[in-house]
Design a protein around this ligand. Structure first.
Ligand code: NDP
Ligand code: HSE
Length: 439
């Protein structure tokens, strides 16, 4: 039977790190993509901001470039948005859908801020919205959660979803160097941006956590719902303390099904540095790699690992989505849209269950340990281990370091315990506080 071989028109918005790699692959591997889709894909235009920029190294027909993205999106069947940021990306996506195009995006910031509105527009237009590349670059993680695990119940997603911070923390662990020095090295090697704020302050990971939680728990979660602590306060001392405990420090995105104080179901979504045992699978994720650990009721533990950024790796995920939505065009129909029926509340950080590693600089005299222990007891926080190290002091005042690791407790109780410890007259300083996960 003759099938329609009219090319599906693809418009690309953005031709930077990701867009350049996508454009090259569509151009160079057109025949294979056509065979996989069942119809040819034709790149009909590439919108950029700077018209005069030399892009000859990409080997792409220069007549395809335009600065008129508004016009370009009206003449495509599939629009690939790899501009980034909120506006004009949002307006262009909505306009593309209004004109009947399916959309593929890598834009975690936008999806985590306004995902439901984009899904609603996709529904109204009867088109697809796919965004596998928005979380963990090349790693197929969103479709496994959204589709492959749709028959199961996901209870927890624990991920290293930011390559820059993983590179920095890994390098601090390997070299013993401090945070600022390591970020400078990461910038020199091209692993960290000139302005690393979005990565080191945890904004990038928080957006990805919101997307993971929304899909895993069938609930709307936006970036603003995610508790966020970056890695800027992680010191060489914290890394050393983790090492002494047989742990490494990682910036984790943690999405969990939890129960509130009254036993009501909810979700906890948070991004913060945490110590994890060196035996945990996520501890072996080195340099700028990403990994996501999923726990599901029937499937058990699953781990997804790979490159979380870079032109070619991210283009792989983008093109996977392009082929998927193109196949839907050929066959008729759409992929799954937003599934938010569970509508679980996002519970505050205070109700998250975690463990703390606390280092205290204390006076070394009778009764101090008892005072410290009393504070933990008053807050109903159970101590798992205590280690004391006497510090030779130049002022000839007897001092000691106390290192306390707690059992699991509500974050609010742990945090109040730390505040009360800091107020004790015998505590010179709370030198480090870090959550402990994965054990
Ligand atoms: P770049 O900054 O490298 O590229 C952005 C592109 O968008 C450039 O080509 C730029 O044009 C174009 N652009 C910017 N503003 C406009 C506008 N108003 N109209 C038309 N074009 C515009 O970004 P990346 O490729 O790194 O990232 C793109 C997206 O992919 C982001 O959402 C990012 O979060 C996501 N992503 C990126 C990863 C990575 O490794 N880089 C990994 C995973 C996701 P010009 O070239 O003229 O400046
Ligand atoms: N800046 C991100 C990271 C890559 O360091 O992982 C894009 O998601």
């Amino acid at each position: 039977m003759e099938t329609d071989q009219t090319p599906l028109r693809v418009a690309l918005l953005g031709c930077g790190t990701v867009g350049g790699a996508v454009a090259q692959k569509i151009t160079r591997h057109g025949d294979e993509l056509a065979a996989r889709v069942g119809r040819p894909l034709e790149l009909v235009g590439i919108a950029v901001r700077r018209a005069g920029r030399d892009r000859s190294d990409l080997g792409i027909d220069p007549t395809l470039f335009t600065t008129d993205a508004e016009e370009l999106v009206t003449r495509a069947d599939i629009v690939v948005e790899v501009i980034g940021g909120i506006d004009p990306a949002r307006g262009l996506i909505l306009r593309a859908m209004e004109h009947g195009a399916s959309v593929v995006s890598a834009n975690k910031a936008l999806l985590a801020e306004d995902g439901p509105a984009l899904y609603a527009a996709a529904d109204a237009a009867g088109v697809d919205l796919y965004y596998e590349a928005a979380v963990a670059g090349a790693i197929p993680i969103l479709r496994p959660i959204h589709e492959s695990l749709a028959g199961d119940e996901i209870t927890k997603v624990l991920g290293i979803v930011n390559g820059t911070t993983n590179f920095v923390l890994d390098a601090m662990d390997t070299t013993g160097a401090g945070f600022a020095e390591t970020v400078e090295r990461a910038q020199a090697l091209g692993y960290a941006e000139a302005d690393p704020t979005a990565d080191v302050e945890g904004f990038d990971a928080a957006a990805k956590a919101a997307i993971l939680a929304s899909l895993a728990f069938h609930t709307r979660v936006s970036s603003a719902d995610v508790y966020r602590d970056g890695i800027t306060d992680v010191t060489a001392g914290d890394i050393q303390a983790a090492r002494e405990m047989g742990c490494v420090v990682k910036l984790l995105a943690i999405c969990e099904r939890v129960e509130g104080e009254g036993g009501e179901p909810g979700v906890s979504v948070r991004v913060h540095p945490a110590m994890i045992p060196r035996t945990h699978p996520l501890a072996s994720v080195r340099e700028a790699f990403n990994a996501v650990f999923v726990d599901a009721a029937a499937a058990g533990e699953l781990m997804f690992y790979g490159q979380g950024a870079g032109g070619d790796p991210t283009a792989s995920a983008v093109l996977g989505d392009v082929v998927a939505v193109a196949r839907h065009r050929v066959a008729g129909g759409r992929g799954p849209g937003e599934i938010a029926y569970a509508d679980l509340p996002v519970l505050p950080m205070g109700s998250a269950q975690t463990r703390y590693h606390i280092s205290l600089d204390v006076a070394d005299r009778p009764g101090v340990l008892a005072q410290v222990a009393r504070i933990f007891a008053e807050h109903e926080v159970s101590i798992e281990t205590v280690r004391q190290q006497v510090v030779p002091d130049e002022d000839e005042q007897a001092r000691a370091y106390l290192i306390v690791v707690t059992h699991t407790a509500a974050d609010a109780a742990l945090s109040a315990t730390v505040d009360a410890l800091a107020d004790l007259e015998t505590v010179n300083e709370v030198t480090s506080v870090m959550r402990v996960e994965g054990s």
